[in-house]
Design a protein around this ligand. Structure first.
Ligand SMILES: CC(C)(COP(=O)(O)OP(=O)(O)OC[C@H]1O[C@@H](n2cnc3c(N)ncnc32)[C@H](O)[C@@H]1OP(=O)(O)O)[C@@H](O)C(=O)NCCC(=O)NCCS
Length: 173
């Protein structure tokens, strides 16, 4: 996967209090509410980190939220865990990702996902995890993510997974 290149007027920053979240509308209420009401608090409590796609001078065009987590080995596909201990296993959650409606359909969603993958990959060299998991807010979001090698978690149709092994191949290829 190639390094993410953003047009000049865009940058990626960690969410801060000064960023104007009120005008963000992705078309999916839960995605907007997370950014507006909960993302900053969760970050302050060190539960997750939200990075925004900022369009100069102060418009949030998109965002994603990453968190560390754990899942029981028996919730992951057999192929992934067959050589792993039968315990809780470390994962990263891509908890949220969204583009403001004004910026959808221009390839920014794909770039934002690639940026989130790159963050996960960098982290994975210092803090190991076995997979990236994500919960799809809508069926449409699931269709979008399934374009990018995520597979469904057995028994959890709205949760998708990308193994570290596959992520590593994608980032190295
Ligand atoms: C889903 C979302 C992130 C996609 O972002 P986007 O910027 O519109 O998508 P892109 O322009 O990068 O599209 C990249 C490719 O995915 C396709 N695509 C976009 N949305 C899609 C969807 N919902 N289902 C299937 N394919 C989709 C595009 O057609 C494009 O394909 P192409 O390269 O063959 O033309 C965006 O529509 C969004 O924020 N939606 C509302 C919030 C949401 O659902 N978030 C995810 C759940 S947390």
């Amino acid at each position: 996967m190639k390094p993410v290149r953003w047009p000049n007027c865009f940058s990626i920053e960690q969410l801060e209090k000064r960023h104007n979240r009120a005008d963000f509308h992705s078309g999916v209420d839960v995605v907007d509410e997370w950014l507006k009401k909960r993302a900053r608090q969760a970050q302050t409590k060190r539960l997750s980190i939200t990075r925004i796609l900022l369009k100069e001078p102060n418009t949030i065009a998109g965002y994603y939220t990453l968190a560390m987590g754990q899942v029981n080995f028996d919730e992951l596909p057999h192929e992934l865990v067959k050589t792993l201990p039968g315990t809780l296993l470390p994962i990263v959650t891509l908890a949220w990702l969204g583009l403001d409606k004004r910026f959808q359909g221009q390839g920014h969603g794909e770039r934002l996902l690639a940026q989130a993958f790159a963050d996960c990959h960098r982290t994975g060299h210092m803090m190991p995890f076995v997979a990236v998991l994500l919960d799809c807010a809508t069926k449409s979001a699931k269709t979008f993510y399934q374009r990018y090698d995520f597979e469904e978690l057995p028994g959890h149709p709205m949760t998708l997974m990308l193994s570290w092994k596959l992520l590593n191949c994608m980032m190295s290829g």
